[in-house]
Ligand binder design. Structure first.
Ligand code: ATP
Length: 324
């Protein structure tokens, strides 16, 4: 049953994606897509292989410049639509005066999106510095504040007190996240030596070291065993609750999606086919049949077992497109 209660993602928006389109040559990977991410919510972006999920992530995090559309990140709860419209008209990338800061991500390079707009991400394929220790990976993530404290290296070379203090704080913060992700005993091990599940947690710890307002996770549960998957759920709930960080995740594991998501957006062929609570979405036959790529007879059976993980439902491949 639908309720009339306004959803958090309508009332308290941290990220709004409006009319996003991404074309690769003749292929439309994302087609006029609009959705909101609620502040403090765990929002899942799901859909069959090739539906456009990673492309959306790449647009939000600045790896791709969208063909069309606006992606507004808001710091502070009081940002109005008028403020976003006014900023859009100025042609500027962001307005970061005062408590209500707005960032138009489609205009910003990826390093500014992470540094200024405080959007962090992890990747479908783990991208750690394998030869560096777990601790060093987390210190690299804090490069910006350390560079500022070192007055752009001079203070670091001379080991001035301001730099020593900042470095001590960076190590403490890294240790905090190593503790939270169960990796403190492996702090001095090269990242490449860690088991797969630990590397996934280290990626999340590294992303948290930029103190993100929005954490984007691309298939965080991929390759995890059931115990690691449960630990991941607990970690994400903790991050959302205790760190004022909203989470947007792409995930194929329906067990994870249904257990932790406040809000689920379903894509199919680059278009949104559902946008609701996890309960509403999981009972939507349109979603089940599109997402699982099955015929009508199979839907009822799958509905009964929807709590079971469903990996990588196959869709027919679409046209090949060119590089952006
Ligand atoms: N750089 C690119 N150049 C050309 N086509 C691309 C590029 N990136 C993505 N595509 C195409 O865009 C479509 C959407 O791909 P995308 O990776 O966003 O889907 P997805 O939903 O994340 O899929 P999966 O679940 O398999 O990761 C696919 O048809 C893909 O082949």
């Amino acid at each position: 049953m639908k309720t009339n209660r306004a959803r958090n993602w309508d009332r308290n928006v941290v990220l709004s994606v409006e009319h996003l389109t991404m074309r690769f040559g003749g292929l439309v990977a994302v087609n006029d897509l609009s959705f909101n991410v609620g502040r403090g919510d765990i929002t899942a972006l799901i859909g069959p292989n090739g539906a456009g999920k990673t492309t959306v992530f790449n647009c939000v995090t600045g790896f791709y410049k969208p063909t069309e559309g606006r992606i507004a990140m808001r710091h502070g709860a009081g940002v109005s639509q008028d403020q976003i419209e006014a900023l859009t008209r100025t042609g500027r990338q962001y307005d970061d005066d005062g408590d209500h800061r707005v960032f138009l991500l489609e205009r910003m390079p990826d390093f500014e999106i992470s540094k200024r707009a405080k959007v962090a991400r992890t990747f479908q394929n783990i991208r750690l510095f394998g030869g560096m220790t777990a601790l060093e990976n987390l210190l690299v993530a804090q490069h910006n504040p350390l560079m500022i404290a070192s007055s752009m290296t001079v203070g670091g070379i001379l080991n001035l007190p301001g730099y020593r203090k900042a470095r001590g704080e960076a190590i403490d913060f890294a240790a905090y996240w190593l503790e939270k992700t169960g990796l403190i005993d492996r702090a001095d091990d090269p990242a490449a030596d860690l088991p797969y599940g630990a590397q996934r947690r280290l990626e999340i710890a590294r992303a948290m070291c930029i103190r993100p307002h929005l954490l984007c996770l691309d298939e965080p549960a991929a390759g995890l065993n059931p115990r690691e998957s449960t630990e991941l759920n607990e970690l994400l709930q903790y991050i959302r609750k205790d760190h004022d960080t909203s989470i947007l995740l792409i995930e194929h594991d329906m067990g994870v999606v249904m257990e932790i998501s406040d809000h689920v957006i379903v894509l199919d062929y680059g278009q949104k086919i559902a946008d609701d609570t996890a309960d509403e979405v999981k009972n939507d036959p349109k979603v089940i049949s599109a997402y699982l790529g099955v015929d009508e007879d199979e839907v009822a059976a799958i509905e009964e077992s929807i709590d079971m993980p469903v990996h990588h439902a196959k869709h027919s491949q679409r046209d090949e497109g060119g590089q952006p």
